[in-house]
Design a protein around this ligand. Sequence first.
Ligand code: ZN
Length: 260
Amino acid sequence: MSIGAAAELLRESANTVALTGAGFSTASGIPDFRSEGSGLWKIHDPMEVASLSAFRTQPQRFFEWIHPLTVQIFAAQPNPAHQALAQLESLGILQLIITQNIDGLHQRAGSRNVIEVHGSLERLTCVTCQSVYPAGDFLPTYLEQHSMPRCPECGGILKPNVILFEEQLPFEAWQRAQDAARNCEVMIIAGSSLEVMPVASLPMQALDAGAKLILINQNAIYLDPRADVILNMDVAEALPQITSVLQLKSYVTMPTTSVM
Ligand SMILES: [Zn+2]
């Protein structure tokens, strides 16, 4: 019934935005590096290795720490939840994805309108000369030899384009995300417990502007009382079900529109 209610809200909305977090990619085998459940937290406190100041003083430690996560991300495949959002976009039902994830799996599933508010592991920037490189050029050496990627131009250290602790969100991406939140009619929040600021403020901005919320999370979160539909399910189960309801409806109405 809630699946139907979610599908109905989406069908009526002219502007829908999805906000996705770490729970979206766990079905692809990628741990949430900020949560204690991931093995990464046991080795080091992420604040001690994944902050901007730590990167500047001890980049080698950062690259050692993020190595297992990098291996998992580049071996991962989009899961049915990623595919469902890509289908919703191609059906014209979903206008934009705002993601906290750095794994690039939305794009690999075929989604085109994606704002990566925490950046992406797909590119690297030289800390000395600011040149930007695709990660793929440096990945095999880093994954095999654990060596820090260096700028071919100046020899500076290449920093992945991910937002570290203590670092501001990319200005332009953050502005676009806020505009989208304030202008959407429906926001789907999927696989995010919304504990990380400032991204956690986006649903409140959407609500203040009159948007409706669909929450898809395994567990209850603090926004539940404000939601129009709550699905306490795995995103990889819920989103494909919603998508098939909507595909069925668009298929049923297709003959009418094609006559016109
Ligand atoms: Zn350089």
